[in-house]
Design a protein around this ligand. Sequence first.
Ligand code: NAP
Length: 681
Amino acid sequence: MKLQNYALGQWIDGQGEGKPLYNAISGDVIATASSAGLDFGEMLNYGRTEGSKALRKMTFHERGRMIKELALYLLERKELFYKTSYQTGATKVDSWIDIEGGIGNLFAYSSLRRQFPDETYYVDGDHIPLSKKGSFIGHHIMVPKQGVAVHINAFNFPIWGMLEKTAVNWLAGVPAVVKPATITSYLTEVMVREIDKSGILPPGALQLICGSANGILDHVESQDIVTFTGSASTGKMLKAHPRLLEEAVPFNMEADSLNCSILGADATPGTPEFDMFIKAVRNEMTVKCGQKCTAIRRIMVPEHLVEDVQIALGSQLAKTVIGDPQVEGVRMGSLAGKSQVDEVRSKVEQLAQEQRIVYGDLDNFDVTGANKEKGAFISPILMVNDNPFTNTAVHEVEAFGPVSTIMPYKNLDEAVELARMGKGSLVCSMVTSDDELAREFTLEAATHHGRILILNRDCERESTGHGSPMPMLTHGGPGRAGGGEEMGGKRGVMHYLQRTAIQGSPTTISRITNVYQPGAHQNVTDVHVFRKHFEELNIGDTVITAKHTVSDADIVNFANVSGDNFYAHMDATSLEGTIFEQRVAHGYFVLSKAAGLFVDAKKGPVLLNYGLDECRFTKPVYPGMTIGVRFTVKEKIGQEKRSEDDIAKGIVKFLVDVYDETGETVALATILTMVKKLDQN
Ligand code: NAP
C-alpha cells in the first residue's frame, strides 16, 4: 500500500517507489511513503489563503466547538486507530497515551474556548493609562497570525504529536501542515483520513506530508510558525535555516532530554515513597518501550540506597514480559523499527564504556508471541554509574529506548548539580514527603527543567505522573531540551497570535476591543439596562443612578446586619495613627448601597448576579458624603445553551463606578450578570 499525502484539499500520491515502512513486530512491509512531487510552496500558500481565511472568520468559541465535534467524531472511531497502532510496536496502554491522550488534548483545548471571548481576537490584560487627563490610553489585542503552523514531528507519538499541536493552532485560528516522522506516518495518515471524512474542519485547516519534508522551510514566511519535535541534531540543523532568519519565523524546538528522577533522602525502603519511586521509574522505562521524550533516563539516589534501588528495580523489571502487544500478558512491545534498535544498541554500548549494566542484556532476552529476529525488540537495560561527576556520558547520551542509569548523590547540592548536568530537560521529578527538601530542590533546580513533579503519599493516587505533559501546563524545557514551549493552556494559544499594542482615545479603544474602557463615552439611555435583553445592550450603555447621603445610622445598621464591628467603622476615638479622619463606612456597605441604587427591581431579562470580577475601595466614605453610581455595560459574552430547554442567555459585565459629591470615584467594581436573550432558539 502506498500512503498518500493530503495536500491542497486532495489525497495525492507521492512520485516514485517511496520509502518502505515496516510493522515493528513482524518486520513485514506494510506501506511505502513518498512526498516526491509535492509543491510545498503551494501547500503553504493554500493554508495561508483557504485555511487561514476560514479559521480567522470564526470566533474562539466557534473554533472550540469545532474542535470538540472533531474530538467526539474521532473518539467514536478509536478502534481503527488502535488496530493500526499495534503495528508501531505499541501496547494497548502505549496506544492509549497516543490516541486517547491526543484526542483528550482536543477536548481540553475545546474547553479552553471559555477563557477567550466569543470574538475572532483576544483582548490582552487591562488598559494602560498614558495621559494625565485620561483622553489617551494604550491596550493590547491579539489576532491570529495569517500564516500556517508547520509541525515537524517525531516518530514516537504519531497521533498525540499531531493533535497536541493542532488543537492549539486551530483554537488560535491558524491552519496546519503536519509532517509526522516517516516511519510511523501510516498511523497519522489513518487519522487524517478520518478527519477529512468528517468534513468538520474548513478546507485548508489541515494538510499532511507522509514522507520527507526536506525543503519545506525554503517556503516559510513571516506569518508562519514552525514547531519541531525530534532529535537535537535535526532540530539544530533546521533551526539554522537561513529562511527562518530572513523572515523572522518563530521556531519552537523540543529535542532530546535527559530527564531525571530523584529519590529524597527520607524515602527509605519501607516508606510508601520508596515504593512509588520504584514504580514510577519502572513505568517510565518500559511504557512505550522507553521511547518517550519525558522518560526517566537518570535515576538519582542517596548513595547508601543505591543497592536497595538496584535490587527493587531489577525485580520489577524482571516482570516485564516483552513481545507482541496483542498477546495476553505482554507488558512491553517493541521499538518503532529496526533502525531504532541499532540506534539504541549503539548508545547503550557507548554508555557501557563508563558504567555497568546491572539488569538486562542486549542479546539475551525472551520475546513472547513474535519472532525476536524480525521485530524491533529490545530488553530493558538498567545501569549503575558510580562516579557520575567524572563519567559524564550519562548526562550527554540519550538512548531513546528502555534504558536508564542509577547514580549516587551525597547531599542535596550534589543532586541539584547532577540534575543540572543534563543541560536542560523537559521534566524532573523528586519523590519525597519532606516539603522543605522539595522546596529547596525546586527553587535551585527550576532553571534547568521545564516541569518539576514532587511525588509523595499525598498526591500519588491522583498524580498524572512524571511522564505526562498536561495540556493546560506549558510543555517544553530549556537548553538541551530545545528551549521551546508548547501547549500550556492559554499560554500555548498565544504562540499563534500576534500581540499588538493599540493606542488612542478610550472611546476608540472601546470600539476596537468591544470592551468598555474607563473614560470612554457613556451612552446614557432612558430605558434602564436591566430592562434590556442581551442583544439589546450595547457596550457603553450607562445608567446614572439617584444619590444617597451616607449617615451614621447606615454604618451602625450595616455593622448589625453583617456583624462587622471593625474599629474604624464603630469607634471614632480609635482612629489615631490610621488614615481615617472619622468613622468610615464599610466598603461593602458602599457597594451594597450602590446595588440598591443601580438595580431595577422588577422582574426582567436579568436572571441573576453571580459575582464580582474586581473590586476596589479607592476613597474613604464618611457620614455626610453623598454617593451615586455610573453603571455601564463593560463586556458581553454570549453563552451556549446546555440543552434544548435551557434558557438562551449571555454574561454581561457591568462597570460599577461609585462616586461622591465631588465626582471623584470612591469604589470601582465589575459585576457579572446573566441576561436572557431575546432569541430563545
Ligand atoms: P528526527 O530524526 O530528528 O526526526 C524528527 C522529524 O524531523 C521527522 O519528522 C523527520 O522526518 C524530520 N526531518 C528530518 N530532516 C528534515 C528536514 N531536512 N526537513 C524537514 N523535516 C526533517 O527524530 P526522530 O528520530 O523522529 O525522534 C526521536 C528523537 O525525538 C529523540 O531524540 C527524542 O528525544 C526526540 N523527541 C523529543 C520530544 C520532545 O518533546 N522534546 C518528543 C519526542 C521525541 P523523517 O522521518 O522523514 O526523516
